[in-house]
Design a protein around this ligand. Structure first.
Ligand SMILES: NC(=O)c1ccc[n+]([C@@H]2O[C@H](COP(=O)([O-])OP(=O)(O)OC[C@H]3O[C@@H](n4cnc5c(N)ncnc54)[C@H](O)[C@@H]3O)[C@@H](O)[C@H]2O)c1
Length: 422
């Protein structure tokens, strides 16, 4: 029997179309791995719980895990990123889904608990909320070894687990899938880079000629800066890391502190994983230009100081779904995207399926790896094995018909040796 709570089961047909479109763009996850899983059933008897953005790509990950024999439970990792049609369609395929767009914080955690109540063996998180909840409220699942190991999909989650590990409170083996090369060099950089276009699209503004401030120059934000420049914007980067700031400077961007950048900004986009990137002061709010667009693509809604902006507002007027015109006491209007939450996921459909193919190929192969190696796994952070990262890279190249060179024995020995010199 399938367990679920979704917004509207009548959206199933629409959701099926979305899953089908993504499937055709995910040849590694939804074809090569799925077909092998279907035959070999490496996840037989395993319950996988995913706290992920419920998108058509995640739907295809769930189908692949199910093809491998797993029972799959899903809940949303962000209150505004769930695609209700996809959630409805997955239920029809006997995937247990607890997710709907616009859930409250209380409902968000209720959904997580429904997944943990199923006593899962593998947890796949995006932002750490499910695994942290397991540590706080489901200690038995950890102590009994029911939870074999966990996987984390995003940078913010990995940072939270590193902090737990450092403090000695991480009690499960944790694979930071985000840190694999096939994940952050493509999903974060290309996906989020392209995501700014979809995030802003509904505002009908031209990037060309605009002053676009990008906060951060990490994986996501450097991709965003590149795309904004490609669209003709004058890009200003803000950073706190001197090396990243140098990289931005040498890439040809203006670099300055955010407070200096505010007054001339037409669009401000954050993706840092930090909080209060724009510090919530009256001076900063007053410095903003009339008509400025504020958006965040980082994991939580605190990079742009959303709560404080709402408190300072004289009037909040929704002008499209999840876009608000906010009037400040002096009459100035600013435009806040997605209530400060991941604008690319809330206002559009998240990353293109082609990049999620690699992220979710890693999540699929790591689930298989965890089952195969369960006796050897110890609590703490464990890197994704290089062989799995490389395998996803090769499979992706193969799916695109791209061949590459292979090291000869002589070349291998040379680059791993020291004897040969001048
Ligand atoms: N929107 C999406 O679809 C999506 C996809 C992947 C990751 N993410 C999220 O985006 C965020 C960034 O991820 P990433 O992989 O780029 O991380 P990253 O660590 O590669 O980059 C973050 C950068 O922000 C900088 N930074 C930190 N605090 C800052 C501040 N106050 N002002 C200016 N710069 C600051 C850091 O020095 C770093 O260079 C995370 O929250 C991550 O979970 C979102």
């Amino acid at each position: 029997m399938v367990n679920y709570k979704v917004a509207d089961e009548n959206l199933t047909d629409q959701g099926k179309e979305a899953l089908y479109i993504a499937e055709s763009k995910m040849p590694v996850t939804a074809k090569v791995i799925r077909e092998r899983f279907q035959k070999k059933k490496p996840l037989n008897g395993i319950i996988v719980a995913g706290c992920l953005h419920i998108t058509k790509e995640t739907g295809n990950l769930a189908r692949t895990l199910k093809a491998g024999g797993a029972e799959v439970y899903l809940c949303g990792s962000n209150p505004l990123s769930t695609q209700d049609d996809v959630a409805a369609a997955l239920v029809q395929e006997d995937i247990n889904v607890f997710a709907w767009h616009g859930n409250t914080d209380e409902e968000f955690y209720w959904c997580i608990r429904q997944c943990l109540d199923a006593k899962p063996n593998i947890l796949i998180d995006d932002g750490a909320d499910m695994i942290v909840t397991a540590h706080h409220e489901y200690e038995d699942l950890i102590k009994s070894g029911t939870i074999i190991a966990c996987q984390e999909e995003t940078t913010t989650g990995v940072k939270r687990f590193k902090a737990m590990d450092k403090q000695g409170v991480l009690k499960v083996p944790l694979f930071p899938v985000n840190d694999a090369r096939c994940k952050n060099q493509f999903d974060n950089e290309l996906g989020t880079g392209q995501g700014i276009v979809s995030a802003i699209y509904g505002m009908h503004v031209l990037f060309a000629g605009k002053n676009v401030v990008i906060a951060g120059y990490g994986h996501c934000s450097s991709g965003m800066a590149l795309r904004a420049r490609g669209l003709g914007a004058n890009v200003i980067v803000t950073e706190v890391d001197p090396i990243k700031a140098l990289q931005a400077k040498f890439a040809g961007y203006q670099v300055m502190p955010i407070e200096k950048a505010l007054a001339n900004a037409d669009i401000i986009l954050t993706a840092t994983g930090c909080k209060h990137v724009i510090s919530p002061t009256k001076e900063n709010f007053n410095a903003l230009k009339d008509g400025v667009i504020l958006g965040n693509l980082g994991h939580f809604d605190i990079e742009v100081p959303t709560k404080e902006i709402y408190e300072y507002a004289k009037e909040i007027k929704p002008i499209r779904q999840n876009v608000e015109e906010i009037t400040f006491p002096d009459g100035k209007r600013i435009y806040l995207l997605a209530k400060g939450r991941l604008a690319n996921l809330v206002l559009s459909e998240g990353h293109p399926a082609e990049v999620m193919d690699m992220s979710f190929a890693l999540q699929s192969l790591m689930s298989e790896y965890i089952v195969k190696n369960k006796e050897q796994l110890k609590p703490g952070m464990v890197d994704v094995p290089v062989e799995i990262d490389d395998r996803v890279g090769f499979l992706k190249l193969q799916s695109m018909g791209v061949e590459i060179d292979k090291l000869t024995k002589e070349q291998y020995n040379y680059i791993h040796g020291y004897e040969e010199g001048t």
